[in-house]
Structure formats: C-alpha cells, structure tokens
Design a protein around this ligand. Structure first.
Ligand code: UDP
Ligand code: MG
Length: 308
C-alpha cells in the first residue's frame, strides 16, 4: 500500500490543533483501505500548549510524529523540516488552522490518479482579507511574473499534494533563503490546480502582519530574480547619456551666450537626484549581498529540540 505523509507546521495553534486532528482523521478514515498515512506535526517553537497537545495526541495515535524546533524558525523552515522527514509516496502540506479544508485531499488523490505530479489549490477570491493586503498581493504577483521566467500562479496556496519525485526535487534545492512559493513553481512538473473559496481560520490568529508579508515579498523577488540589480545598470546608462547631452548643451550655451550665473536649481536637482539613485542602488545591492552572506554561512534552516 502507498503511504501519504501529511505535514503540518504549527506555531501557537493550541486553539485549533484538536479541531484539525478531528477533521483530518475523518478524511483519513475514508481512504484507510487504500493508503497508509503518517501525520508529521512541526512544532515551530510554539510558546503555548501546542506541543503538549500534540504529545497527547501521539499517545493515542501511533501514526503521528512530532518534530519540535528549539525556537520559532518560521513556516518555511517548518515546511523544509517536514519534507526532509517525511517518508510517504505522496506528501501533503497543509496549515493547522483549517484554512486548507481536509476534504480537498480526496480530490487531490484523484488528481494524482489522473497522472498529475502535484495537485494544489488556488483561491479564487480573497474573502475576509483586507483591501490593502489584497491589492499589495496582486501587485506582488504582477511584478514577480514580469521578472521571473517561470509562472507564479496568483492565489496559489501552500496546500498541496506531491509525489515523492517532486518532494525530492524540492529538497535538492539547498538554498538557505527558502521562498517556497517560488521553489514549488520553479521545480515544474505536471501541476493540477483546484479552485477553492477562501476560508477563514477556524480559531486563533494569523501570524502574518503587513510588515512580515512585505519582507516575504522582497525575499521572493530577491530569491528568484536579479532584475532589480539590472534596473540600476540600465538607469546608470540612461543618466550618463542624459548628462552627456546636458554637458554638450551647457558648453554650447556658454560659447554662444558667455558665462551665466543662474543654475542653482538645476544643480541642486541633479545632485539630489543622483544622491537618491545612488543610495537606492546601494540598498538593492546590499539586499543581495546580505542574502549571499546568509547563504555562505551555510547555517541549518532549523534546529530540532525534540523528535518523536
Ligand atoms: N506557522 C508556522 N510558523 C510560523 C508562522 C506560522 O509554522 O512562524 C504555521 C501556522 O501554525 C499555520 C501555518 O503556518 O499552520 C499558516 O500560518 P497562518 O495561518 O498564520 O498564515 P495565513 O493563513 O494567515 O497565511
Ligand atoms: Mg492561516
């Protein structure tokens, strides 16, 4: 029999984890004569009772394994740890907050049986999400898809079922700065999208603030594109060209009309403009260097405190 691994990163999810377990269990019951299963919970350094609740569940259900981090390393690290430690022929990634409806797993299995390598969901609306957040999110996908040479599908979620070969491909990308959304698309394979409505979290709070989402977006762009660096090369050329023309104009003007004193405005604008561009370009370069710095250190993505 084939085995399904279900990977669930959890950070402070004491309010929903039992609800989640009940729901997923119902689904697993329905497929139990076709598939074996394991539930891999990643406790991402939760500060609440999540780990204890998981341990209690594990006493009753031998198909549960728990990886507990030494501190909060973020969901990306959780995903990576889950993928590295799963043994199933099929691997499912899903959130603990029931925003990823477990019943979709049945449809995902169908997709895999149809011959797809990955089945994932795409939300068709953003119900229950702020207007500003949605607008920025759309802008992010627009920019991203302009500058990368594979496609990031708007609204695609981390909720997915993958065959073992896809998981191995994902794990073969050893980078430290892991922008999973990008990595999942980058590896390719035959992907089926199931469209679903946005569901709100069953209980508890989202761990994403606007600030962390913004950081995540920058991370995504830096991880998968060097276009921002090139922008400044182009801009540099452009500005040099314009200033060459300006120089010629000034020389000719001086030859024809003689010396002129005015020019304060144009000088100060040029100086400020150049200063701004230079600072900005140094900032962009610094973003890349800081990422390289982190990569070179070659630190592990997470540290395990306890593995059950
Ligand atoms: N999560 C995690 N580590 C973190 C933040 C979140 O493992 O540092 C988990 C969280 O427990 C949940 C999933 O990642 O299972 C998605 O988090 P959340 O619901 O806060 O994000 P949203 O659904 O709002 O994008
Ligand atoms: Mg959520």
């Amino acid at each position: 029999m084939e085995k399904i691994s279900i990977i669930v990163p959890c950070y402070n999810e004491e309010q929903v984890i039992l609800m989640f377990y009940d729901e997923i269990k119902k689904i697993l019951e329905q497929i139990k004569n076709k598939y074996l299963y394991e539930l891999v919970f990643i406790d991402d350094g939760s500060k609440d009772n999540t780990l204890n609740i998981l341990k209690e569940l594990r006493e009753k259900d031998e198909n549960i394994s728990i990886i507990s981090f030494s501190r909060n390393f973020g969901k990306e690290a959780g995903i990576y740890a889950g993928l590295s430690n799963s043994t199933g022929d099929l691997v499912v990634l899903m959130d603990a907050d029931l925003q990823h409806p477990p019943k979709i797993i049945l449809e995902m299995i169908k997709g895999i049986e149809e011959g797809y390598d990955t089945v994932t969901t795409r939300r068709v609306n953003r119900k229950g999400e702020g207007v500003v957040k949605s607008a920025f999110s759309r802008l992010f996908y627009k920019i991203m898809n302009k500058i990368i040479d594979f496609e990031l599908v708007q609204g695609a979620q981390d909720f997915r079922m993958m065959k073992r070969n896809v998981v191995d491909a994902i794990l073969s990308l050893k980078e430290y700065n892991r922008f999973s959304k990008g990595i999942f698309s980058w590896v390719g394979f035959k992907v089926k999208y199931i469209e679903i409505e946005n569901t709100e979290r069953a209980a508890g709070k989202t761990k994403w603030s606007f600030k962390s989402l913004f950081k995540y977006a920058i991370e995504g762009i830096i991880s998968f594109s060097t276009v921002p660096l090139r922008i400044f090369t182009v801009l540099g050329f452009l500005i040099s060209f314009i200033s060459m023309i300006a120089t010629c104009v000034i020389i000719i003007q001086t030859l024809i009309y003689g010396k002129s004193v005015p020019g304060y405005a144009s000088i100060i604008t040029a100086v400020l403009f150049m200063g701004g561009i230079q600072l900005l370009s140094i900032g962009v370069i610094a973003e890349y260097i800081s990422k390289m710095y982190m990569e070179i250190k070659n630190r592990p993505n997470y540290i395990i405190r306890e593995k059950l």
